[in-house]
Design a protein around this ligand. Structure first.
Ligand SMILES: Nc1ncnc2c1ncn2[C@@H]1O[C@H](COP(=O)(O)OP(=O)(O)OP(=O)(O)O)[C@@H](O)[C@H]1O
Ligand SMILES: [Mg+2]
Length: 472
């Protein structure tokens, strides 16, 4: 049956939609090399906007290296189909792109009408694999873990015991507490020392990529897939550190569990299992019990991984370690910057003991590094004014917060009557907002900024709390 114009418009819309939904890049040019189809995935892969490419000649937009020509242009020139060709080129913002392409010339009545390229993005995958290869070396051992507090000493003991076996280890702790340090030390203290140490952050990648990265791929598993060993294979005989394990999706966690139990892996698209000997260490910055309760971690995976669980305590719970850490970091940056800093002023020391250290040891190190950058020639001691602005600002805020003693007195005075939390908080919120508004002549933007809220958010609160103000 002959298609009507309406049918064709409808179908065209449908094709466009499909092109934008699929997970491969599609780029078609006419016989002169001008772009006529350019789908969403291709836009993402090449970091280009539709209008930068559409209706333009491909060679005006992309740059190819001397020894590589465009597979699309080649298809136009030679009229031949190519498949699984890897291509590296640059977009007009000088960003490097690597794709694996199938390129097909399009004929109509034996005449060449154009060509289409179907591309898989490997830029990310390549970078990550290269990045990991480089990371194959470790620098930390137990000697680098500083601390004499009972809390840290216990953790070091547990970690040292774990070097004697190949059991899986789960390391739990807030950001900057030294989880990576512990993982490397366990590897270097074990008899896997001479084997590889590979680390991968599970949160950094989309699920489909992480799966091929972990388990590897077999040529033909999907368009453009090559025979690539996964990280498990690369870590064979050594240790694989999986960082932020709780960000893996649950179905991948199930696959990981299978590998941990059976000690075999199967590359994507393969039918064969391969035995592997890898010690997995997993890191996470959330309490595993919470992660399990909130469905972010499979219970069975937790039981499997958590044979040895190491909880690295936050710095605020072992402030007695601060002086030793300071000594270490000052020495490190004295050497690096060729300085002779001797220590800190009493004021700085005192404030370090008051501070909450949400960024833990990493934050402490950064503050010392930043302060030593500001120190002038001949200044031997780090003074409060040398500390980074963000730190001083946070301390100032802390000082101005309602002291705990005031809260405690208030609670004592309320006696036996308990008010629902919501009402109590609203009352405080309302009077505090009112106070800050008055201080700032009812200027909404200024008040919002001081309260750390957006303008919209402040206005929303004013409305919710039934404020009688006329926002400026
Ligand atoms: N006990 C310690 N002694 C000496 N240096 C430490 C200690 N703990 C942490 N550090 C240093 O702090 C920095 C952060 O440590 P690390 O990368 O191991 O933290 P992390 O727990 O893995 O953090 P994140 O969760 O953010 O990845 C590193 O430079 C490390 O050398
Ligand atoms: Mg880490």
């Amino acid at each position: 049956m002959e298609k009507t114009r309406k049918d064709l418009v409808y179908l065209n819309g449908m094709y466009k939609r499909i092109l934008d939904e699929i997970n491969v890049g599609v780029h078609a040019v006419d016989e002169t090399g001008k772009t006529i189809i350019y789908n969403k995935k291709m836009m993402q892969m090449e970091s280009m906007d539709f209008q930068d490419v559409m209706d333009k000649n491909l060679l005006d937009v992309f740059m190819f290296k001397d020894d590589q020509s465009s597979t699309l242009v080649k298809a136009l020139q030679e009229g031949k189909e190519t498949s699984n060709v890897k291509q590296t080129y640059f977009n007009n913002k000088s960003r490097e792109i690597t794709t694996i392409n199938n390129t097909i010339p399009i004929y109509s009545d034996h005449e060449l009408q154009g060509a289409v390229e179907i591309a898989n993005d490997v830029t990310k995958l390549e970078k990550i694999i290269k990045g990991n290869m480089k990371k194959g070396t470790t620098k930390y051992t137990f000697d680098h873990i500083i601390g004499t507090s009972t809390a840290i000493k216990e953790v070091i003991e547990t970690a040292k015991r774990a070097t004697r076996t190949s059991s899986y280890v789960l390391i739990v702790g807030d950001t900057g507490t030294g989880k990576e340090l512990f993982a490397q030390s366990i590897h270097n203290g074990s008899d896997r020392l001479s084997g590889p140490f590979i680390s991968q952050n599970c949160a950094a990648l989309p699920d489909n990529l992480i799966e091929s990265l972990l388990f590897g791929t077999k040529r033909g598993a999907f368009t453009g897939a090559t025979d690539t060993p996964g990280l498990f294979e690369q870590a064979n005989g050594g240790t694989l550190l999986l960082d932020e394990i709780n960000s893996l999706n649950l179905s991948l966690q199930a696959k990981l569990l299978r590998v941990l139990q059976e000690k075999t892996i199967r590359r994507l698209g393969d039918t064969k299992d391969m035995p592997i000997d890898v010690r997995v260490i997993a890191n996470m910055n959330e309490d595993p019990i919470d992660a399990v309760a909130n469905n972010r971690m499979r219970k069975d995976l937790y039981y499997r991984l958590g044979v040895v669980t190491i909880f690295v305590p936050p710095l605020k719970d072992r402030k007695e370690d601060i002086p030793l850490l300071l000594e270490e970091f000052i020495e490190k940056y004295n050497e690096r910057f060729q300085m002779q800093v001797k220590g800190l002023s009493e004021e700085v020391k005192h404030s370090f003991f008051e501070y909450d250290w949400h960024g833990n040891v990493r934050e402490l190190e950064h503050i010392i590094e930043a302060a030593m950058n500001i120190l002038m020639d001949g200044e031997d001691f780090i003074m409060y004014r040398h500390l980074p602005y963000q730190y001083r600002n946070k301390m100032q805020m802390k000082e101005r917060m309602m002291p705990l003693s005031t809260v405690e007195t208030f609670m004592k005075e309320t006696g036996d009557v308990t008010v629902p939390l919501k009402e109590q908080l609203e009352l405080f919120e309302k009077s505090y907002i009112e106070h800050v508004l008055k201080k700032n002549d009812f200027n909404i933007s200024k008040t919002a900024k001081l309260l750390g809220l957006s303008r919209q958010s402040l206005q929303y609160r004013l409305k919710k709390l039934n404020f009688e103000v006329n926002p400026l």
